[in-house]
Design a binder for this molecule. Structure first.
Ligand code: SF4
Ligand code: SF4
Ligand code: SF4
Length: 299
């Protein structure tokens, strides 16, 4: 059953509970909420409107039905799951950043400050929602799935002692499993559930109050449809949304171009990205060593 999220911007009060939950479940630092980055998967933007009113706009990965990020990834690190989430595999990621170029919503972010940088983004709490009370524990004290594979959140294995907390944070009032941000939202501005039902609910909300809501479900058709929908009482263009996106999936275009490119060119592309990666890694290492030298002389 593909899942999705519905964000009703008219209900968001900007309390930040969604973001705090995301930071907590990932053990991310609770630093200032100013931009999406490698340890801030969701952003709350405060907008002052033309009429003098104010509004909060929550931003996150759209979890596209046919994600351009996944089609651009040379090593298959990004994947659209049957669950609806677009996940990433930190072990596969080579940090080439093609996904960042491909994403029409500017979502994937790079670990610029890390020694071995990768790309990261919201995963719709895919791994978190798979954690169950009866999941086995490996000899090293970390959770493993029924195939004996170590379960990972955000690239890190999950300790047995974290299990209860993660389950609590991803269980909705009706007992279903949901994203931590939707469970934490006190106003139901962010809802998690079955994609078809949430899309129908989004249209129903607009129909039942046509004078208040803008006649558009953002995410229903953009780039072929996504798994995060927005409804709003203020035109999306006034809230900084990209509103002129095509309705056809972007990977179709990528593939139309790629299929005319001989394998040799694609191979060369992979080789070039490897060269680029090695070069930038050298630069990162040099910078890191300089910083280390600097801090040891300051001590
Ligand atoms: S919004 Fe960007 S990062 Fe998220 S699934 Fe779509 S293409 Fe990928
Ligand atoms: S779905 Fe999960 S990972 Fe994505 S923003 Fe919400 S809490 Fe964070
Ligand atoms: S928790 Fe809900 S109301 Fe609070 S900021 Fe997030 S989406 Fe808005």
């Amino acid at each position: 059953m593909p899942n999705a999220m519905l964000i009703d911007l008219s209900l968001c009060v900007g309390c930040g509970a969604c973001r705090t939950a995301c930071q907590e479940i990932h053990h991310f630092p609770d630093e200032e909420n100013t931009a999406l980055n490698e340890h801030n998967f969701t952003l709350l933007e405060h907008r002052e409107l033309k009429d003098g009113n104010e509004m909060w706009v929550r931003r996150m990965c759209q979890h596209c039905q046919e994600p351009a990020c996944a089609s651009a990834c040379l090593v298959g690190a990004l994947e659209k799951t049957k669950d609806g989430a677009v996940t990433w595999d930190t072990d596969k990621c080579i940090g080439c950043r093609y996904c960042m170029l491909a994403c029409p919503f500017d979502i994937p972010k790079y670990e610029w400050g890390k020694f071995s940088p990768k790309v990261r983004k919201c995963t719709m709490c895919h791994a978190e929602r798979r954690i169950t009370a009866d999941m086995s524990v490996g000899s090293d004290g970390y959770l493993v799935d029924r195939h004996g594979k170590q379960l990972r959140i955000d690239g890190h294995p999950v300790k047995e002692e974290d299990r209860e907390k993660v389950i609590e944070m991803t269980t909705a009032a009706d007992g279903s499993r949901a994203s931590a941000c939707s469970v934490a939202c006190p106003t139901e501005a962010t809802k998690f559930g079955d994609r078809d039902q949430l899309l129908a609910e989004a249209h129903d909300r607009i129909k039942s109050d046509p004078d208040t809501y803008v006649q558009r479900v953002y995410g229903s058709t953009e780039v072929g449809g996504t798994s995060v929908f927005y409804v709003s009482t203020v035109p999306f263009e006034d809230l900084g949304f990209i509103t002129k996106l095509e309705h056809t999936p972007l990977p179709e275009k990528t593939w139309n171009i790629l299929k005319h490119i001989p394998n040799a060119v694609v191979t060369a592309g992979v080789a070039l990205s490897a060269v680029y990666w090695i070069t930038s890694r050298r630069e990162d290492v040099r910078r890191y060593e300089e910083e280390q030298k600097q801090s040891s002389t300051e001590k």
